[in-house]
Design a protein around this ligand. Structure first.
Ligand SMILES: Cc1cc2nc3c(=O)[nH]c(=O)nc-3n(C[C@H](O)[C@H](O)[C@H](O)COP(=O)(O)OP(=O)(O)OC[C@H]3O[C@@H](n4cnc5c(N)ncnc54)[C@H](O)[C@@H]3O)c2cc1C
Length: 381
């Protein structure tokens, strides 16, 4: 890699990219643009300990040795042919020239069409601080969406003394992440922690009136609470790329090497990594991930390619989440058709390791408080 590298987004993917570039001995100038005044920071603790304790060391990442020029600005567009990134900084527009551009703008919360505009969400450190402020002293909170963020939020709010109600149209929590497995167990852990779970919910209306919220469910009682948080998923942060010629049907698509492609053609020296990108695999399949480990993997591989270094071995897919004080880790790709086999269990430690045996050759594992076993599986030991 030579010349100016510009990265948009100063989060998980950017951190892994720059760390690896510097580890490989490359000292070329790197400019990073991010509009979040707290960036850079680590995102997973935002819905976990940081939400409960407000300890900034939970999310801190240290870029002091990475020799990066951080610009606090909003990226507004790219001119790939002129190799210019357009930004808006303190109300002024300007452009930054690049030799290589890496787009790492992550994702933003998805919204239900029926959500009132002032519905709270959780993505950034600032969102977590706002939620903490609103739930001071224990309040009642309805959380819509029982994916990882909704489940973690419900767990954290229950730990803060709030009355949390978790609502989803699915038949249980973490349905996508755990492919429908352990639904009864995870529901029981949440309920034991004081979270009320409402599954198979069919939401007719959400209203904010006075100082309270109501969620009307078809065929069920209407839910009421002081606060409502929407956690119905995330979508790629690509709106700023409209007009750049880099999007395909609204998606930012990159090949296996992370190079942005449009109509099968690479678009100059423009790359995309992390939650923002839809990866097109060599077999033509498309995949978008929302995981800390996947964002770091995209970044590490791109850093090695840009520096002309040999690529390390790609790790197995990995995700972790926390459910009512239990660490749940997934290695490999789960399918609803897998048969889940309990390998080991220690009720005293509330730990268990399950192997998911499916039709394919690849095994997947779910660990509950089973960090040492999962670490060995990840290391291939
Ligand atoms: C609350 C929460 C908890 C999570 N917990 C887990 C977990 O337990 N385990 C796990 O595996 N994964 C977890 N994840 C997912 C994981 O954090 C993400 O996959 C990861 O953060 C993706 O990193 P990224 O760098 O691609 O994007 P992001 O972390 O989304 O960062 C994107 C950055 O780009 C900036 N940006 C966006 N648009 C612009 C623009 N136009 N101009 C300038 N800057 C811009 C944003 O301000 C942001 O700083 C969690 C995510 C959240 C939100």
């Amino acid at each position: 890699m030579s010349g100016q590298l510009v990265v948009v987004g100063a989060s998980v993917a950017a951190t892994a990219l720059i760390e690896r570039i510097r580890e490989l001995g490359n000292r070329e100038p790197i400019t990073v643009v991010d509009s979040d005044p707290d960036a850079p920071y680590d995102r997973p603790p935002v819905s976990k300990h940081y939400l409960v304790e407000a300890d900034s060391s939970d999310i801190a990442v240290d870029w002091s040795d990475l020799d990066v020029s951080l610009v606090r600005a909003h990226a507004t567009g790219v001119d790939p042919s002129a190799k210019l990134l357009l930004i808006e900084e303190a109300g002024m527009s300007r452009s930054i020239p690049f030799e290589n551009l890496v787009i790492a703008t992550g994702a933003i919360p998805a919204r239900l069409p029926i959500e009132p505009p002032d519905t709270l969400v959780l993505r950034s450190a600032d969102d977590a601080r706002r939620l903490r402020m609103h739930t001071e002293g224990g309040r009642s909170v309805i959380i819509i969406g029982a994916g990882a963020i909704g489940v973690e939020l419900a767990s954290s709010l229950a730990a803060r003394g709030c009355t949390a109600t978790l609502v989803d149209r699915a038949a249980g929590p973490l349905e996508r992440l755990l492919a429908g497995h352990l639904s009864a167990e995870t529901t029981e852990w949440l309920e034991s922690a004081g979270v009320r779970c409402v599954w198979k919910a069919d939401i007719a209306a959400i209203e904010h009136a006075g100082d309270g919220w109501t969620v009307e469910l078809r065929g069920e009682e209407t839910l009421r609470a002081d606060l409502l948080v929407s956690a119905v998923g995330a979508r790629p942060a690509v709106a700023w790329l409209q007009g750049s010629g880099l999007l395909t049907d609204g998606a930012l698509i990159a090949d296996e090497a992370g190079r942005v492609v449009v109509e099968d053609q690479p678009r100059g020296e423009v790359f995309a990594i992390g939650d923002v990108v839809t990866r097109r695999h060599d077999d033509g399949s498309l995949q978008r991930t929302e995981s800390w480990a996947a964002a770091r993997q995209h970044a590490t591989q791109l850093a090695e390619d840009l520096c002309g270094a040999q690529r390390g071995t790609a790790p197995k897919p990995y995700f972790w989440t926390e459910v009512a004080g239990r660490m749940v880790q997934v290695v490999g790709s789960l399918s609803p058709d897998d048969e889940l086999v309990l390998e080991t269990a220690n009720p005293e430690r509330r730990s268990a390791l399950y192997r998911a045996a499916g039709a394919g050759e690849d095994e997947a594992f779910i660990g509950v408080n089973a960090q040492p076993r999962i670490a060995r599986i990840l290391m291939g030991a």
